[in-house]
Design a protein around this ligand. Sequence first.
Ligand SMILES: [Ca+2]
Ligand SMILES: [Ca+2]
Length: 198
Amino acid sequence: MKSAIALLALFAVATAQVGHSIEHECPVFWTRFQGNCYRFFGAATTWDNAEAHCQEFFIHSAQGHLVSIHSDAESDFVHQLWQGSLIKTSQVTSTYNRATQNAGDSYLTGLNDKTTEGTFAWSDGTENDYTVWLPNQPSNSGNEDCVDMLDNTVDGTGWNDIPCAWDTDLPYFCKIKATANTGALAALLQSIGGGQAI
Ligand SMILES: [Ca+2]
Ligand SMILES: [Ca+2]
């Protein structure tokens, strides 16, 4: 324990002296924001299928889940990523039509009240500490236990609880914790003369 504390102290000093910091990395096709990685999936599906797909991704011991949102900054970041990922209807050449299938103006989040009606929780287990519900939502109209982010000129921008297996499948965001850049750590230790593997 003492050696671990000593190493942490050494690293803190070294970081300050050399002016480096540990970077966090995301896999290819994932975009980092603060300590997490995000990825948009445009193939619309049900909430359960989307969550299962997100859980197939791992970075070391971290497992992916549908996106959780904890601040205006994070919400804005995901929103920008979403807008940058959307295909305009005019560019869709298949019979799949995002506009008529309502998939162009919303995406699934990990928020749900599947376990206890009215008690919402994130599928990644993080704290429920931020909300951006649309007016009069959550409504649980006809049993709605999953939550999407909606953005259109009629409803506005915010969350709405919807059926988990809707008649309209939706695209979704996955989120996973970024991994520390161990290469940067090794280079830093080398630069201060402590090139031993840890
Ligand atoms: Ca509900
Ligand atoms: Ca609703």
